[in-house]
Ligand binder design. Structure first.
Ligand code: PRP
Length: 219
């Protein structure tokens, strides 16, 4: 019997989104069995054959929620989501993948108005940032295509993640201020971290072996 079959059952929440493909490659490199199922399926719960592992596929913003409530023991999630969701979870490892930047962006001729508005998918991050800068802004929550906002006069600026910069470029927007760098993290439920320490540690050790020295994809 292999060592891994003696470990406690572990449920891993994976984010079905921007960082999904890169996270799967990382898991494979770490020696985890990533079945074809995980890539192609519409199924949301995927047990791994002959293993103590099981995956759940979640909307990225829900990964910390599943982990906080213990329906997943660990999760793979972007730091952007962690900063925005502020869930009570352990952040175990920076996987140094899924690199991007959290930026303030706008039109090149941007100048602040009396009642500045900022559109974003990240209202908490944006509010916190502008509060720290001592700037009063109205934050407008959007669920996607945030780059549209300055083009149609909904908001002067946006707060969003920038990866290749293509979306900003193609819409004539520029980066104005750098808020923070974002990478993908391994998080754990607080109880699982204690009660299933061997299984959690087994995953963390496997991940540690393959973490790139500097953020993959950083420009
Ligand atoms: C993200 C982000 C930007 C874009 C940045 O959006 O919100 O719009 O990717 O990537 P780039 O710098 O490589 O162009 P996503 O693709 O997740 O879609 P959404 O706008 O619908 O949320």
């Amino acid at each position: 019997m292999s060592r891994s079959t003696n470990l406690q059952k572990l449920t891993i929440a994976m984010p079905k989104g921007r960082i999904f493909e890169e996270s799967l490659v990382f898991l494979e490199q770490a020696g985890l069995k990533v079945t074809q199922d995980l890539k192609d399926t519409r199924k949301l719960i995927i047990p791994v054959e002959d293993s103590h592992l099981e995956f759940i596929l979640a909307k990225p913003t829900d990964v910390p929620t599943y982990v906080q409530y213990g329906v997943a023991d660990v999760g793979v999630v972007g730091k952007d989501v962690l900063l925005e969701e502020e869930r009570d979870v352990y952040e175990l490892l920076d996987l140094q993948i899924g690199y991007c930047r959290m930026m303030v962006a706008g039109l090149p001729d941007f100048s602040p108005s009396e009642y500045p508005r900022v559109a974003t998918k990240y209202p908490r991050i944006a509010s916190r940032y502008f509060r720290e800068q001592g700037q009063q802004v109205e934050v407008i929550k959007l669920n996607g295509s945030v780059e549209l906002a300055p083009l149609i006069g909904l908001a002067e600026r946006i707060v969003d993640i920038v990866s290749t910069g293509q979306t900003l470029r193609e819409n004539g927007l520029v980066e104005l201020e750098h808020i923070c760098e974002i990478t993908t993290r391994l998080i754990a439920n607080r109880a699982s971290y204690r009660m299933k320490s061997e299984a959690v540690d087994d995953i963390a050790q496997k991940f540690l072996q393959v973490i790139p020295k500097s953020p993959a994809g950083k420009r």
